[in-house]
Write a protein that binds this ligand. Structure first.
Ligand SMILES: *Cc1c(COP(=O)(O)O)cnc(C)c1O
Length: 410
């Protein structure tokens, strides 16, 4: 009898139906271009921590103060994650338990606000996240959200409007962060406005956190009372959230996560976060973060040459937003045709009107090793896909993707 020990082989023997799903998804990821600005490829080491026995362990509470026995190893895992996060981002306190970015934002609100409080955040029509006041989300149900916007001409945050709205509505908190803003927020300007009206400043840096870790974007840590983030976007860790704050809010933030909004911590994910923070502290990751931005700039310029209207005229980050209407299609049609050609991305808000544009990011393709030459190829493939020959373009997209296998040659 042969003993099978490879996890993938064990799964295939026990549950071939699910093994097929995993294999199909691996093939999809490797054979098409992942341009969703929120996605990335985690390292094999991160995946190893995720698929580990730490998934078996209950650990409510915090290291050294657990409600369960047997936590001596998972305590070390969480301490490593916390210490690495603090060092990476220069923060006094880190909470690595939020199960997602949304859970981190929920905990930040729980720590600082009461139901009914007024919050000033980027309007959803301009790129605010669901947790920034959507009526379909707890945030819109439990708080009074007021939305600031961007200038219709430049696409840039209108700081004068932000200041006016803050003085008019006297919010308890101002949220700075977006799902589609391609430029760096001016954290010092947000801080000034917050101080003028006595509001907390919450930075929801879910998108740029990996760029911040790699020194390729300014950090909100010196300015914001609380920083919320995800660990799975440019930061390239496991799916999850985190919170950073100063020492004076540490206790309130920790209690807002557990026991207020969450139960047992996911120790396998926390271990994987620690591994990702370790990776993000290396010179290789700094190089990566800068390449992500260089690739996004090149992609934006190349798309502009093919006729796309690039919001804000370019990008400072991993993220490009574009209006495809000069090519005769709206955002939803463009997304559909690009998906048919194997290029996966989202639609997004545009600074003007109610049409939608497309949002793409370079975090995943840069992890695969693609550079500026490939960005120019991708822009040409976009134009080809939207002009009609989807089948031919699909073949060229596969060829490009297969040149850069995300997990090496299988
Ligand atoms: C991605 C994102 C979130 C939510 O992250 P989830 O892990 O999907 O819950 C919150 N805020 C912003 C600005 C985001 O970009």
């Amino acid at each position: 009898m042969t003993v099978v020990t490879e996890p993938a082989e064990l799964l295939r023997q026990q549950d071939p139906q699910m093994a097929d799903v995993l294999a199909g998804e691996a093939q999809r990821q490797a054979g098409s271009l992942q341009l969703n600005a929120a996605e990335n490829f985690t390292s094999p080491a991160v995946l190893a921590a995720l698929g580990s026995v730490l998934a078996n362990k209950y650990a409510e509470g915090y290291p050294g103060r657990r409600y369960h026995g047997g936590c001596e190893y998972v305590d070390v895992a969480e301490q490593l994650a916390v210490e690495r996060a603090k060092a990476l981002f220069g923060a006094e306190h880190a909470n690595v338990q939020p199960h997602s970015g949304s859970a981190a934002v929920l905990a930040a609100y729980a720590a600082l606000l009461r139901p009914g409080d007024t919050v000033l955040a980027m309007g959803l029509a301009y790129g605010g996240h669901l947790t920034h006041g959507s009526p379909a989300n707890f945030s819109g149900r439990w708080f009074e959200f007021v939305g600031y916007g961007v200038d219709a001409e430049t696409g840039l945050i209108d700081y004068r409007q932000l200041q006016e709205l803050a003085h008019l509505h006297r919010p308890k908190a101002i949220v700075c962060g977006s799902i589609s803003y391609p430029r760096h927020p001016e954290y010092s300007a947000f801080r000034e406005v917050a101080d003028e009206v006595g509001a907390y400043l919450i930075a929801d840096a879910a998108h740029p956190m990996g760029l911040i870790a790699g020194g390729a974007a300014p950090s909100p840590v010196p300015y914001a009372d609380v920083v919320c983030a995800t660990t799975h976007k440019v930061l390239r860790g496991p799916r999850g959230g985190m919170l950073l704050c100063g020492a004076e809010l540490a206790e309130r933030i920790d209690r807002a996560v557990f026991p207020f909004t969450q139960g047992g911590a996911q120790m396998h994910t926390i271990a994987a976060k620690a591994v990702a923070f370790g990776e993000a502290a290396t010179p290789a990751f700094t190089t990566y973060a800068h390449r992500v931005v260089a690739n996004a700039r090149t992609l934006a310029e190349a798309l502009a040459r093919h006729g796309f209207a690039i919001t804000t005229g370019g990008t400072d980050t991993h993220l490009v937003t574009a209006d495809p209407s000069p090519l005769g299609v709206d955002g939803a049609t463009a997304r559909g045709r690009l998906a048919a050609a194997g290029m996966v991305l989202d639609t997004c808000a545009l600074p003007y009107g109610d049409q939608r544009g497309i949002r793409l990011g370079t975090a995943a393709v840069t992890t695969q090793g693609m550079g500026e030459a490939e960005m120019v190829r991708i822009a040409a493939l976009f134009a080809a896909a939207l002009r009609g020959d989807a089948a031919q373009t699909r073949t060229e997209v596969s060829d490009l993707a297969l040149e850069f296998p995300p997990y090496g040659v299988q």
